[in-house]
Design a binder for this molecule. Structure first.
Ligand code: NAI
Ligand code: MG
Length: 332
């Protein structure tokens, strides 16, 4: 399988190199094609998302990304992450939220957060009229239907019994109203799965008070962005949070964290979020056994507190990666 690797800026290359080594240690055959992305690519080649990178992403079976730095105030600079989503219509933003054997993680949590990734308040329709700034919230039937179907299919195929549709249709009557009404239609096609509804503010609260009650959450773009970061904090935070951006043809996997310029170059960045992103990629590629192997090895590494300073350890990025690889090899 062909994997496109986009290390990016700051700690991106440090954690991605380790995740690639973990993939190489698996009994599976991958070819790796590296590409440039981010502020470094802009400084070198004049574009944060060079054309060659787009071609490499397109040609690959999946892409593993590190992180990019957002430079301040460069007119016309477009975020390459947003650009990739737009270019390949990556309409699913997926975050698995699962308990980890570490004191910073709650126990008994295991759900999927499915966020619409292309429209809503992030559709880019903003304008200023005098002293008033306006952002339009765009919700389409097509955009809603495909994300809702994705969520219900993941629930059905993953053996989950419920999908919680999160909205605010009592106030946003038109936009959330449409999302809700499409949800009710789509839910009818999945009799094995029960649809629950929850207002977004109630969901924010229930995520803290009763996180084990969720199985699949599906919601619109901005709500999902916020709930996603909240949910990540339930199970170990930034150092462990992974995500996927998935479209019909292309899928890009990346840690939730950014390029962390404050610790870049020190060799202390936590590579586990990147390794778990690679694990999510394996699952997407249909390599379930390999994905499980990586997951078990990461769990072992956390149990033995073979971790970087952000998780209370004293290991380097590389040493954590070596521990994961050692646990993979030692597994029967
Ligand atoms: P950040 O996630 O890079 O860092 C926040 C804090 O968490 C920092 O103290 C950092 O040292 C720590 N941290 C993050 N990842 C870590 C890891 N793997 N191991 C140990 N500590 C870690 O967010 P921040 O500082 O707001 O943004 C830095 C740059 O990254 C900005 O230019 C921002 O635009 C960009 N960014 C890029 C993202 C992406 O590529 N998808 C996502 C978020 C931010
Ligand atoms: Mg976010």
């Amino acid at each position: 399988m062909r994997i496109c690797v986009l290390p990016g800026d700051g700690i991106g290359p440090e954690v991605t190199a380790v995740a690639v080594d973990v993939l190489k240690a698996l009994p599976a055959s991958f070819s790796f094609e590296h590409g440039e992305i981010g502020y470094g690519a802009y400084e070198k080649a004049g574009a944060p998302l060079p054309k060659e990178t787009v071609e490499k992403v397109e040609a690959a079976d999946a892409t593993l990304m590190g992180a990019v730095t957002t430079p301040p105030n460069i007119p016309g600079y477009r975020s390459p992450v947003v650009e990739l989503r737009r270019r390949f219509d990556l309409f699913v933003n997926l975050r698995p939220i699962k308990s980890m054997p570490h004191p910073t993680s709650r126990e008994g949590v295991n759900f999927l957060l499915v966020r619409e990734n292309t429209e809503g308040l992030y559709a880019g329709r903003e304008r200023v009229e005098g002293d008033t700034a306006i952002t339009e919230r765009v919700i389409t039937r097509r955009g809603s239907e495909r994300i809702l179907r994705y969520a219900f299919e993941r629930a059905r195929d993953g053996g989950f019994r419920t999908v919680t549709v999160v909205h605010k249709a009592n106030v946003l009557r038109e936009t959330c109203g449409l999302f809700r009404s499409v949800a009710l239609d789509v839910a009818g096609d999945y009799p094995q799965v029960a649809m629950k509804e929850m207002l977004v503010d109630a969901c924010a609260m229930n995520l803290i008070s009763d996180p084990s009650s969720f199985e699949v959450i599906v919601t619109t773009n901005l709500f999902g962005d916020i709930l996603g970061d909240e949910a990540a904090m339930l199970v170990g935070g930034l150092g462990l949070a992974c995500s996927a951006n998935i479209g019909a043809e292309v899928a890009v996997f990346e840690p939730v964290h950014g390029s962390a310029p404050d610790i870049a170059g020190r060799g202390t960045a936590n590579p586990l979020a990147s390794i778990l992103s690679a694990r999510l990629m394996l699952e997407h590629l249909g390599l379930a056994a390999e994905a499980k192997k990586v997951e078990n090895a990461v769990a072992r590494t956390l149990k033995d507190t073979e971790v970087t300073p952000d998780l209370g350890g004293s290991l380097t990025t590389r040493e954590v990666g070596d521990a994961v690889i050692r646990h993979m090899r030692n597994e029967p």
